[in-house]
Design a binder for this molecule. Structure first.
Ligand code: ZN
Ligand code: ZN
Length: 187
């Protein structure tokens, strides 16, 4: 695999950070605060950030010796459904994000793997992969509408909250049914 893929990043894309304004001098900081439309499929199967929802990026870009350290928080709404009862869930998410992006052709760039450290493409940083990782990690793998959601009755599919306490589908064992018939006849 080629180490340097051609630059396809669009500096105007909302999830691309342009560092031209950030001097390449360790210790220099720039704040970036922007609200972007959430990209598609930002989440996991049952829960995620709806496409197009407002995602706030509150980031700090810091020049380090061989690249740019991006850190901060991402805030946005999440929607999904309860894994036990399928009721809709709406919530919000505040995710910390931190990723180092190495300058092209820096020692870090030449000596690390692609999955260890991010890569800059010229002056541009593609924030999307780190954003996806951070959001997916922060999402619950088994989302529930509330901690003690009892779920659905496996027999009739009705929410336990809406069923009387003594609700059951217990079938009388056919052998006992026969017996009880017998008893009735004897009476
Ligand atoms: Zn539930
Ligand atoms: Zn039932």
């Amino acid at each position: 695999m080629p180490k340097h893929l051609p630059t396809h990043l669009n500096p105007r894309s909302p999830l691309v950070l342009d560092t031209r304004e950030l001097p390449r001098r360790p210790g220099v900081l720039r704040a970036v605060n922007r609200t972007v439309a959430a990209p598609a499929d930002l989440g996991v199967e049952l829960i995620g950030v709806p496409e197009g929802a407002d995602l706030n990026l509150d980031l700090r870009l810091e020049s380090v010796s061989e690249g740019v350290l991006v850190s901060g928080t991402v805030t946005g709404p999440i929607e999904g459904e309860c894994g036990r009862c399928l009721r809709p869930i709406t919530d919000s998410l505040v995710v910390p994000i931190q990723e180092l992006y190495a300058y092209e052709h820096s020692t870090t760039d030449e000596t690390t793997d692609e999955d260890e450290v991010g890569r800059m493409q010229g002056d541009l940083i593609d924030l999307e992969p780190a954003l996806r990782d951070a959001v997916v990690l922060a999402l619950p793998t088994n989302p529930v509408c509330r901690e003690d959601c009892p779920g659905l009755c496996p027999e009739c599919g009705v929410h336990w909250d809406e069923l009387p306490a003594e609700h059951s589908h217990q079938q009388v064992d056919p052998r006992w049914a026969g017996l009880s018939q017998l008893t009735r006849q004897e009476e």
